[in-house]
Write a protein that binds this ligand. Structure first.
Ligand code: SAM
Length: 290
């Protein structure tokens, strides 16, 4: 059978089922087998590995995953796609489709139900761009037993996830993603390989999920709060941002003293701090406001 990820087969399936694209659901289907192969290879699948796909569409990626992974579970929000997926996935006994909004799914329960026989699980998806960040944060924060997350996302967002301190792309998303994983951009992807074409460029990014965070902090919630506060106004110094957020609670002098103990120059901008420096800073602030 011809691959779905080609313009002719995709158009044929869409026509047969009278399917119309919903822009509001981020429906841009990949029709390029070279990019498809890059995605699947980066996920390092085998028959002991499960693949969770988010947003299978008409199954272009799903069928490739079914050939490489032990088990594939695909969560699709659009109920109009469920009968189409039922038909195209008929030859693959190792594929399950769940009709739900991935943001509403209890993923640990889903993992137990779907991947009990698997040694490990990776997420592989061409994500709907309007919900990239909430989906990624859900996958990372729920501390699921994941190996890799290989996703096609908007190029700018991929660059923010993989950024280094001091660069314009470095921000709270970078710190959050790098706290839980090691990101690596696999390739950038032109908008011409989708039907319909999105208005933005895309990139495939692979996140190797960490077993342990790269820095130790006393209070994880406070760590992320300090990160948010430090980037609240990007043009302001670290000191001005911290003062605005913690000044009243911690007292100006206390805050000054805490910052001094970390050895971090208060005139720096949040975007220059490494994860290790944010960790030191949040522990120092934590000792003041507890
Ligand atoms: N996997 C297909 C491909 O590569 O051609 C389709 C990818 S398309 C960019 C995104 C898919 O995600 C669509 O099928 C859309 O209906 C689905 N989707 C959008 N929001 C979703 C959500 N919250 N939960 C699950 N699926 C969603």
């Amino acid at each position: 059978m011809m691959d779905i990820a080609t313009p002719s087969r995709t158009k044929e399936i869409i026509k047969k089922h009278g399917f119309s694209f919903k822009k509001s659901l981020g429906q841009n289907f990949l029709v390029d087998m070279n990019i498809m192969r890059r995605i699947v290879q980066s996920a390092e699948l085998d028959d002991k590995t499960g693949a969770l796909e988010i947003g299978p569409g008409i199954g272009a990626l799903t069928e490739q995953l079914a050939r490489e992974a032990g088990k594939v579970t695909a969560v699709e929000i659009d109920q109009r796609l469920i009968p189409i997926l039922g038909e195209v996935m008929e030859p693959y006994a190792n594929v399950s489709v769940v009709n739900n909004d991935v943001l509403k799914v209890n993923l640990s329960a889903l993992f137990e139900e779907q991947f009990s026989g698997m040694e490990k699980v990776s997420v592989v998806a061409n994500l709907p761009y309007y919900v990239t960040t909430p989906i990624m944060m859900k996958l990372l924060e729920e501390r699921l037993p994941l190996k890799n997350i290989v996703v096609m996302i908007q190029k700018e967002v991929a660059e923010r996830m993989a950024a280094s301190p001091g660069s314009k792309d470095y921000g709270s998303l970078t710190v959050a993603v790098q706290y839980y994983s090691e990101p690596e951009i696999v390739c950038t992807v032109p908008h011409t390989v989708f039907i319909p074409q999105p208005n933005v460029e895309s990139a495939v990014i692979r996140l190797k999920v960490r077993e342990n965070p790269p820095v130790q902090v006393n209070d994880e919630k406070l760590f992320f709060d300090v990160v948010q506060a430090s980037f609240a106004q990007r043009r302001k110094t670290l000191w001005n941002n911290l003062k605005a957020r913690y000044g009243a609670e911690a007292g100006i002098e206390g805050l000054q003293g805490a910052l001094e103990t970390t050895g971090i120059d208060p005139k720096r901008r949040g975007e220059t701090l490494s994860l290790e420096e944010f960790a030191r800073l949040s522990d120092a602030i934590g000792s003041l406001i507890k």
